[in-house]
Design a protein around this ligand. Structure first.
Ligand SMILES: Cc1cc2nc3c(=O)[nH]c(=O)nc-3n(C[C@H](O)[C@H](O)[C@H](O)COP(=O)(O)O)c2cc1C
Length: 186
């Protein structure tokens, strides 16, 4: 049974929540799955112990956390040898317009060009806006990002935009790739 590592970087928690759903989905589909928060995972990055890896990261100020970018760069050779996937979490992912898709594609293209990593499966999920987790400038920026992407601007409530069916579809597709790679390695 293949074992998948889901490594994520989150600020307000939505990327972590999505990683938990992917773990459940993969386990239901008969695979081993373990998730790790890049921030708290101790320095032993033994990716080699896993058969495949999915990385998840959220966008803030038009970019993914520099820690995850650095991690991808320093583990590039291992990543290239394994089946890998990436999911992006953002507010532009919630914007079902040409502009929204272009912005999301732009975040992804920049990441893949910078790191030289080209995961087999890529998805962009709508995130959440948890105003209660934010204060000061970050709350105002979050409100602006929500306004610009058609989200809720009332800071009295937190809002989740993630399409959970899209997350399950991503897990199922990744499982299909796992099955294929198992077949080709017999
Ligand atoms: C301060 C701030 C800046 C953000 N900047 C962007 C951005 O540039 N583009 C975007 O699409 N979403 C942006 N977002 C939305 C986040 O990507 C979204 O809230 C996501 O769910 C965060 O995921 P996390 O909880 O895993 O960190 C921003 C959110 C905050 C709070």
């Amino acid at each position: 049974m293949a074992h998948v590592l889901i490594l994520y970087a989150t600020s307000e928690g939505q990327t972590a929540k999505i990683s938990a759903e992917i773990v459940n989905n993969l386990r239901e589909l008969g695979y081993g799955a373990t998730r790790k928060d890049l921030e708290t995972w101790p320095g032993i990055y033994d990716v080699k112990d896993f058969d495949a890896i999915i990385i998840g990261a959220s966008v803030h100020f038009h970019q993914y956390p520099k820690e995850i970018v650095a991690w991808i760069e320093s583990n590039l050779e291992t990543l290239k040898r394994k089946l890998s996937g990436f999911y992006s979490v953002s507010m532009t992912g919630a914007q079902e317009t040409e502009v929204g898709r272009e912005r999301t594609d732009d975040y992804l293209t920049k990441l893949f060009e910078k790191t030289g990593w080209h995961p087999k499966l890529v998805a962009s999920f709508a995130g959440a806006m948890r105003y209660s987790e934010l204060d000061g400038v970050r709350q105002r920026v979050g409100q602006f990002v929500s306004w610009r992407t058609g989200g809720e601007t009332d800071i009295a409530q937190d809002n989740e935009y993630t399409d959970w069916r899209a997350v399950r579809d991503f897990s199922a597709e990744f499982a299909r790739y796992l099955q294929l790679s198992e077949k080709t390695h017999v």
